[in-house]
Ligand binder design. Structure first.
Ligand SMILES: Nc1ncnc2c1ncn2[C@@H]1O[C@H](COP(=O)(O)OP(=O)(O)OP(=O)(O)O)[C@@H](O)[C@H]1O
Ligand SMILES: [Mg+2]
Length: 272
């Protein structure tokens, strides 16, 4: 736990070299400023909340700790994902699985943190599992602005963004389940937002945590809006026929790869 605290402190120190002061809440004019870096936008535009290290560990969010043996697997995953995305100029990535509980949300958060911590990209992580949102809960974010309010035109999407105290890491959490999720995910409003998120900054990777493919139409309805997809399968749980069926469903999308999660071997929690 001490190591994670040190890692966060070091990351903040590095950040403070370029961004010494946390700036106040945004104005529309700030956000329109064309020549500020994504890093600066984060501190101008987003609410900053601190993470509880014990809560993260309990929820398997381990990439802040370089010495955790499982973080190496995420380093490898991050390198492979970024290499393929850079080669194709892709910046939006959806994470899904054939069936529930394969570990999509855990992988999405750890991958986003690994990108933010180890590269010069900003990682934006959006909770697009609108029926069973979990990112806020796993990260321990306060129940404040939520995607649901954005969809209902109560706030702008910039108001949804949170910086959990890690430089270059931005979260768009959702705190309550939304019933008409497929309709929302295919709406013009969401399409425009996703395009805006992707096109505004070249050095930003957007990760969308989705529901499983077989549970609802939501994932398949949303996937055409992203550049590429990562599939998570659970060792000993996901059946080969389910993987095959999902690969068939995803055949017209850019499938980056399949993560085999929940592997039992002591030294290797994740494979890519
Ligand atoms: N590598 C792993 N080893 C053991 N347990 C894991 C692993 N990854 C995730 N889990 C656990 O599995 C459960 C489901 O994880 P998670 O919520 O990330 O899955 P999900 O695919 O997002 O689920 P859902 O389909 O409900 O969105 C959680 O309790 C999580 O801690
Ligand atoms: Mg999930």
């Amino acid at each position: 736990m001490e190591r994670i605290k040190e890692a966060i402190a070091k990351a903040k120190e590095r950040q403070s070299e370029t961004e010494p002061v946390r700036e106040k809440a945004p104005s529309a004019v700030d956000f329109q400023a064309a020549d500020v870096s994504d890093e600066k936008i984060i501190y101008r535009e987003t609410r900053v909340v601190d993470l509880d290290i014990a809560h993260l560990e309990k929820n398997r969010i381990i990439t802040l700790d370089n010495e955790d043996p499982n973080s190496i697997s995420f380093d490898i995953l991050r390198t492979q994902v970024l290499a393929k995305m850079e080669a194709n100029n892709w910046r939006t990535l959806a994470i899904t699985s054939p069936t529930p509980e394969c570990g999509k949300t855990v992988v999405a958060i750890n991958l986003a943190l690994s990108i933010a911590k180890q590269t010069d990209y900003t990682a934006l992580l959006a909770d697009f599992d609108l029926r069973r949102p979990r990112i806020a809960n796993y990260l321990g974010l306060p129940n404040e602005n939520t995607f649901a309010d954005y969809f209902e035109d109560k706030i702008s999407y910039n108001d949804v963004m949170v910086n959990p105290g890690i430089p270059r890491f931005v979260v768009m959490p959702n705190h309550r389940s939304i019933r008409n999720s497929t309709e929302i995910l295919t709406s013009r409003k969401v399409k425009a937002m996703v395009e805006d998120l992707r096109d505004r900054y070249a050095k930003r990777i957007c990760i969308f945590d989705l529901p499983p493919l077989q549970a609802t139409d939501d994932a398949m309805a949303f996937i055409p809006q992203v550049d590429c997809v990562l599939m998570i399968v659970a060792s000993g749980e996901t059946k080969p026929a389910e993987v095959k069926e999902c690969r068939r469903q995803l055949q017209s999308t850019n499938l980056l790869g399949v993560v085999l999660n929940k592997v039992q071997e002591a030294s290797s929690g994740y494979y890519y």
